[in-house]
Design a protein around this ligand. Structure first.
Ligand code: 13P
Length: 274
């Protein structure tokens, strides 16, 4: 597993773009997508492009992928290492196939009832299996309207990181995905756009909670991504926000053209920031 922080502090800070394909694409479509994307994308130093396909295509993609170009992530997994858990896949079984694993995506929390305790177990299991957890957090529209954003984010961070010691926190990525800004309107809410100013406010909240939990250095070093209707038109405005290290892309990652445009814009902004 990558030691995200040590790597970043010795080299330039990485940017992470994650394609969350959710429950889309057949095996054939996934293979074809990878093939087409690979022809369009040249590897770039400091840019990690991570594909999170449906679990059943992970192994097939792992056999074809050029790891200089792309990394793979599991969208979901169970936290027990093995046993009588019909229908589940352990993160331990995905070791060597997926380098990353999403934890606590809002669709898991709101549609499938994943609890903060579950997210804590999953983050710890990923670390145990040497897979980098991407802990997804974010408030619903209703929670935001009630002024509960800070508390919700705090609870999701405390719960999701409950099994993560200060020596392991460097292996975790955080993804802030406000439920109300996700294009599906996950959780049955109406989607809205998260402005870069809104994002900056919440990134500060996240980093201040991390400071409280793990100290100032970790709060500065930890990688925080944004997700919520990211596309080629708005990616630059989000990556310009102080403290944002990348994006988690749903809908716009399902089209080779739009996803490769997101990557092209990300490369441009990394150049502009130098
Ligand atoms: P959209 O980019 O479709 O809003 O999805 C965001 C998301 O849920 C990524 O994990």
């Amino acid at each position: 597993m990558l030691n995200l922080m040590q790597k970043g502090s010795m080299e330039e800070r990485k940017t992470y773009i994650v394609a969350n394909w959710k429950m889309n694409f057949t095996m054939e479509e996934s293979n074809l997508f990878l093939h087409k994307l690979a022809q369009k994308i040249a590897p770039a130093k400091g840019l990690e492009i991570i594909l999170a396909p449906s679990i059943f295509t992970l192994q097939s993609l792992s056999l074809q992928v050029d790891y200089k170009q792309f990394r793979l992530a599991a969208q979901n997994f169970y936290y027990k290492d093995f046993g009588a858990y019909t229908g589940e896949v352990a993160i331990a079984q995905l070791r060597g196939i997926a380098e990353y694993g999403l934890v606590g995506h809002s669709e898991r929390r709101h549609i499938f009832g994943e609890t903060v305790e579950d997210t804590g177990h999953k983050t710890a299991a990923a670390i145990r299996s040497k897979v980098t957890p991407i802990l997804c957090i974010g408030e619903t529209m209703e929670e935001r309207a009630n002024g509960e954003t800070n508390d919700v984010i705090y609870d999701q961070l405390v719960g999701g990181l409950s099994g993560v010691t200060s020596s392991h926190i460097r292996h975790v990525l955080i993804a802030y995905e406000p439920v109300w800004a996700i294009s599906t309107g996950g959780g049955g809410t109406v989607s809205a756009v998260c402005s870069p100013d809104d994002l900056l406010d919440t990134i500060k909240v996240i980093r201040s909670h991390i400071k409280h939990l793990y100290g100032a250095k970790v709060s500065k070093d930890i990688r925080v991504l944004f997700g919520g209707s990211v596309n080629a038109e708005n990616i630059k405005s989000y990556l310009q926000v102080d403290g944002v290290d990348g994006a988690l892309v749903g809908g716009a990652s399902l089209n080779v053209e739009s996803f490769s445009n997101i990557i092209r814009k990300t490369k441009e902004i990394r150049q502009e920031k130098k």
